[in-house]
Write a protein that binds this ligand. Sequence first.
Ligand code: CAO
Length: 438
Amino acid sequence: MNQSIEVKVPDIGDFSAVPVIEICVKVGDTVAAEDSLITLESDKATMDVPSPAAGVVKEIRVGLGDRVSEGTVIAIIEAVATASAAPAEVEKAAPAAPVAPAAASVAVTIAPKAAPQPIPAPVAPPAATLGNTHASPSVRLFARELGVDLSRVPATGPKGRIVKEDVTQFVKGVMSGAVAGAAGGASLGGGLDLLPWPKVDFEKFGPVDVQPLSRIKKISGQNLARNWVMVPAVTYHEDADITELEAFRVALNKENEKSSEKTGSKVTMLAFIIKACELALKKFPEFNSSLDGDNLVLKKYFHIAFAADTPNGLVVPVVKNVDQKSVSQIAVECGELAKKARDGKLGPADMTGACFTISSVGGIGGTYFSPIVNAPEVAILGVSKSVMKPVWNGQEFVLRLILPLSLSADHRVIDGALATRFNVHVAQLLADMRRALV
Ligand code: CAO
């Protein structure tokens, strides 16, 4: 026959009026013997109060933040009678031994075992969760069962505490690829131990309008955040003198307009930059690579992506096999891909396989900026607006059209000297494309 049991806070040593910081069950939940019902936190330790028997939670008599002492009734469990341990016997069983106050804040479980126990040693957090994590024993157990390193789980509970939902969210993130798993990709090492995202009631300060992020923004945001955190990138700046190249480009486009075989497409500076990058990738093959664990995968193909600004957010289409295309062909293809991007018509094939990315904001403005490496690529070139500048030629200042270049490179693969050589080579090619022939 089933029997109702009043679950009381057992002997918790010298502590009294200890706050309830977590309620692990709700009314109607079925629990097994020793499942955690609530978690208490004293100055020195967190303690789970487990169910003394298997059964169903009928009542919960405490709320979050309530202060409890030995003997406080916290819940009513309708226990399921078993042949081996009747609920009445369980209730009569020896109360938990006092919890040893720990020197540092540690997690312990108050375990009402059938046989009297000596003072239990605090349950140390598993090796994988050592560190500055703050979580109850039940959450630690939950994380341990799932193989989750708690030091990597952002906490949202009170006082930076990791609650069960945080572990669940973390696992969901790993499964969706938003967070690198323990075994996959580069390791975050000791974990970032970040504070939870600030929760601010902005309306307290003035009127606001809340808009959901677009699908593209959500996806690109997750990728950018991972790349920002996981790629130790350095940005190197360089100026390219494109005076002659721009004059040539303008002349070419004029010629094209007059020509009877009007193509309707313009040769763009972006197309020349893509060609210059392809040539630099050939000269410095480390730039055309990806890290794969302890291996560097060097690619023999040349696919270059460019960032395109669209009303729905940033997308990165890829021009494939640029080494087999002329600058004019690259310009045409970029135009087509940019249109597809703006119309939201890019397919997965249009956006995969890139070796290197160019992010050009030159049509808008800017001087220099620090682009985020588009992993698993190892470098990205940022291009800002070209401006006429006085340049000293050894005898006098002359006006030249200067294009600012900003190369971010993954320092695990590319050292500063190599990055600077790459930048200088791109700048030299843009200054005089005849270099491509020698
Ligand atoms: N300096 C000066 N002028 C430049 C320039 C530069 N570096 N680059 C382009 N321009 C000029 C072009 O010549 C063009 O002028 P005309 O109309 O007189 O010929 C004008 O600016 C507009 O160019 P554009 O930006 O439309 O074309 P593009 O080929 O240079 O670039 C694309 C195409 C898709 C890269 C661009 O439209 C775009 O989306 N840029 C933004 C990319 C972005 O958001 N990057 C940031 C990513 S990280 O958040």
